[in-house]
Design a binder for this molecule. Sequence first.
Ligand code: ATP
Length: 619
Amino acid sequence: MVRPHGGDASAARAENAKAPQIPDFGRRLRELFAPYRRPLAITVSLVLITAALTVLPPLLTEQAFDQGLFPAGGPNLPRLAEIVGAMVLVWVVSQVLGVWQTWLTANVGNGVTASLRERLFTRLQQMELGFFTRTRTGVIQSRLANDVGGVANVLSNTVSSVVGNTVTVIAAFVAMLLLSPPLTLVAVILLPLLALVQRRVGQRRARIATKTQESLSELSAITQEALSVSGILLAKSFTRQQQETDRYAAESDRQLRLQVRQEMTGQGFFASVQVFLLIVPALVYLAAGALLAGGATGITAGTIVAFTTVQARLTWPLMGLLRVALDLQTSSALFARIFEYLDLKPAITDAPGARAVPQDERLGRVEFEHVGFSYPAARPEEEPVPILRDVSFVAEPGRTVALVGPSGAGKTTIGYLVPRLYDATEGVVRFAGIDVKDLQQDALRGAIGIVSQETYLFHATIRENLRYAEPEATDDEIEAAARGANIHGTIAGFPDGYDTVVGERGYRLSGGEKQRVAIARVLLKNPPVVMLDEATSALDSVSERVVQQALEAASSGRTTIAIAHRLSTIVDADEILVLDQGRVVERGTHQQLLRLDGLYARLAAQQSAERDAEEPQPA
Ligand code: ATP
């Protein structure tokens, strides 16, 4: 099965199969943890106190025997009760401290995760429209869900594990050094080797983790594409469900193999480490024998027994530290993916000192001066193709400028340049007399209402969808807007009225109803400029008339840039620009253009012939 994006996915995989690189990884991690200095400091103190408390039970046991149970004059019950009380207290206190510590680390770990997730979402909100046309939604969702979720566990477990195990390891080393420095040397001589091997294993794991996360995002993209309303409609209408299922199963299988590989990478290493740690005591006997044979003093049988006992206690904390180090290295692959998105630079930003839209007589004026535009090329080696060339026009406040022309001529693209969804690559676009690049984006977009080719509605009630345009709107204002957009009657006819849930992306409404909801939204926003993009193209003539009336309400008293295929909808426009291959080839009023007898006249003749053919002939 040939899929349009199949090549992209494999290219992305090949490109990303390298070890993740994060400049300033350490600094960025510290920065993430910086707001949590206090809980971290408390955690470290709690771990230290708990470690110290673990020393007490053996001492208390010794006292229980020597002073409580078997003192010289027979059992001393009051003393025994004191000691047992102290034992109970120690255990209760360490458990309470343990719960407190878990609460702190859970807060820190999840707090850092939440802050990563929120920063990522904020950054994505700032990205320009072009980013979203280039990136699959499922892939974006996966970074937010799988990558951020993946680091959460590591973050929560790392702190307490590192502190607790480090304390034990250091204490054991000190004890070993006190017992015998030469034997300690024998015991630790191979440890740097372990660290070296661990690094390599970690790097391998990180590489596999990168692929695992890519596979997860592919799974997420397939889910999002195949299980959306449009996706399922497409699959059903072309009977491609089996292929969709196979595609999902293949990626799921890849995910399975990668997960197993990731889990198994390092198991051999850990087994070797364990063997190594278990045989070191034997090596210590050998070393002690050699030292004794060489005439060394100060090594008694007691020293060797005590030394190897302490050393055996070292095994698990050391393994714990190695595991944490490995987990951190593995999670660096996830961090790399998160930081890669956090480091994205939005292509369209507010210029320093960007201005508000002036509220004077220029408000509502839209001007294009020798504007040229190319969409960024899909691949860096390709040259961008010019889409608009030398487009100039002025829409005076309250006037209507219509854009017509063959499909692909660049009409929608012109509409994108006004609210800076894309920036013109040549020339200047002015709004209210000011270059749009010098205006605050929010102020600019706040002054423009857009009814686009595709109406997007949230899975919420009609009322909530309308209120999106104006959160403060009262129910009366919402109803007035709906009346203006010719949709109030339809909404009132639904059993739940304005509280009808429109379904995923508004699928429970017809195309014409959705468009009128979109128009009502613009009426509520009440901007000085509206852009209407082919809003009536998909409708029959009755619905078109209803929508047309709504559109007239939307454009009344506002500057209107109307993009239309049906010329009947724009005959009254103050100026009509005829576009062909990105250039304005004709301009004028409907009558002037008909008289010109050029492209517009041809389009008009063609459309009226089509209309005549569609309309029923009199019997
Ligand atoms: P229609 O009447 O069919 O809607 P239009 O005149 O509105 O067409 P545009 O949507 O502006 O045309 O597209 C103009 C050209 O730009 C088309 O050739 C299209 O392939 C190309 N194009 C549109 N969007 C992008 C994009 N995001 N990246 C690259 N090229 C694009």
